[in-house]
Ligand binder design. Structure first.
Ligand SMILES: CC(C)(COP(=O)(O)OP(=O)(O)OC[C@H]1O[C@@H](n2cnc3c(N)ncnc32)[C@H](O)[C@@H]1OP(=O)(O)O)[C@@H](O)C(=O)NCCC(=O)NCCS
Length: 185
């Protein structure tokens, strides 16, 4: 399979037919098969599908959803204040001491069909998600966020995401983020 043959399309409930999808996670499968179209109609998230034309058929190799988000801190909490000060220093956000939220876009869900796993499609979808956000040039957005599944932590770390804090270290999912400032033209 050549990654260059993959085509990213935006889910169109009237046009896109999704017969089956299996990434090994029931919730992520069911979202694409049953809920993604309703989320789009309600404007709660937009789903992007990575397709691979093979002969006369089009395989669905993976998908991700995007929605608006924010990174928020509560500096009145001592622990969060430490994280917030470190975060501002790390990302060189010096100019406004009162700013406690930062604009972001969330990757709501991201999954690769099991038969296509390990071929670089996950990384390709992250690159596509970043490109879609960066292209949205009229709206301020500094970070991409994701509530990452435990099994996918290393995948996101390899894609340069970081954990925001240790608050969620024992949770099933952890908030991870990527600073995209340097990726804007
Ligand atoms: C996690 C997932 C999206 C990865 O997609 P993929 O197409 O298999 O990943 P890629 O081939 O693009 O891998 C990119 C890199 O991440 C690594 N990687 C991929 N999945 C990994 C995992 N679960 N754990 C650790 N590393 C992983 C690969 O080894 C590769 O590293 P390399 O550059 O050193 O070779 C996919 O396995 C999946 O859909 N899993 C089930 C659903 C899920 O967990 N989604 C995430 C929800 S937050």
């Amino acid at each position: 399979m050549d990654l260059a043959d993959c085509v990213l399309i935006r889910l169109d409930p009237d046009e896109t037919s999704i017969a089956s999808f299996d990434c090994g996670d029931t919730d992520l499968n069911n979202f694409l098969l049953n809920d993604a179209a309703n989320y789009l109609k309600a404007r709660l998230s937009v789903t992007h599908i990575l397709t691979l034309p093979i002969g006369d058929t089009v395989q669905i190799t993976g998908y991700f959803c995007l929605l608006t988000d924010k990174l928020a801190f509560d500096p009145s909490d001592n622990e969060q204040k430490k994280v917030w000060l470190y975060f501002n220093k790390k990302h060189k956000i010096h100019f406004n001491k009162n700013r406690k939220t930062y604009p972001a876009v969330k990757i709501g869900r991201l999954a690769v069909a099991s038969v296509f796993a390990g071929k670089g499609l996950g990384r390709l979808m992250i690159a596509n998600a970043i490109a879609l956000v960066v292209k949205m040039g009229d709206i301020g957005c500094r970070f991409i966020t994701v509530d990452a599944y435990r099994d996918a932590f290393d995948f996101y770390l390899k894609n340069h995401f970081d954990f925001l804090s240790d608050d969620d270290v024992n949770e099933k999912t952890r908030l991870m983020y990527l600073d995209i400032k340097r990726l804007y033209p």
